[in-house]
Design a protein around this ligand. Sequence first.
Ligand code: ASP
Length: 318
Amino acid sequence: MRSPIALAIHGGAGVLKPGRLSEADENEIHAWLYRAISAGHRILETGGASLDAVEACVIQLEECPWFNAGYGAVFTQDGGHELDAAIMGGSDRNAGAIAGARHARQPIHAARQVMEYSEHVMLGGSGADAFLKSRGLQPVDNDFFDTPLRRQQWEEHRHSNGAMALEPTHAEGHKFGTVGAVALDSHGHVAAATSTGGITNKRYGRIGDTPLIGAGTWADDRSAAISATGHGEYFIRAAVAHDIAARMQYGGVDLQTACDAVVHGELKAIGGDGGVIAIAPNGDTCLTFNTPGMYRAWRDEAGTLHTAIYADDDRRHA
Ligand code: ASP
């Protein structure tokens, strides 16, 4: 029997409130979200694998300068970009990740290469870049990832907070911008993928939750696929993605209950802002965040695709 399909993506959570973005910018973001979810949806609808669907969605989001992943990644303290990404399949819990890579054109594809073609789960820094080169992936210069918007944000940030300070994540207009996707395919397998440039002005070598299996990314057919966005240090300390899965697997709770308990309970209790998208093998789909908004898109049970930015936002795409 074919199982139902399900798909959700995010482009980061944050202090996103109506009125800050122009209507034209909002429309552009909705269009990017729709394009990204459509790429994965086509794969799922034609019987393709959830791993391929989440990778396809994230590749699209990595190309979009609005999001903090791939092209459009934030600047580090020393004015460069260090990219983190992870992908995981729920059927066998195989996983691949890169952390602190500087030359991977498509970070999520790089993570998939680590998963498929190395004997390791995670490769970091120059080792990740060297492995990708050995796989025939054309490296790009680090300034390939520069965008005028991120440079301006970085410069403004250093001007008002000091050259060594991290972004104050509660500030009005602050958004995380990491991208991710979760999917359930018609074979009953879930998968998750997440990709990020991290946090503006992060210290050289800082690694967040995104590439850490069990913190920012997790997939297991016995529970759920989860992709997170938010202040990574807190997500690591709360083992967010695995905690959601464990509550389902050991505690027998449903996906929404598990997501609410972790995002609004555990995470909030230690001061962590952000959200998750999650899909269970029965098709349940959750998009849960403790910030005012989260760039996101999802497929409903009838197969309609939706995009949203703010809390009670919902734009249907026929
Ligand atoms: N979680 C990411 C990190 O801490 C940031 C984000 O979600 O935008 O690296």
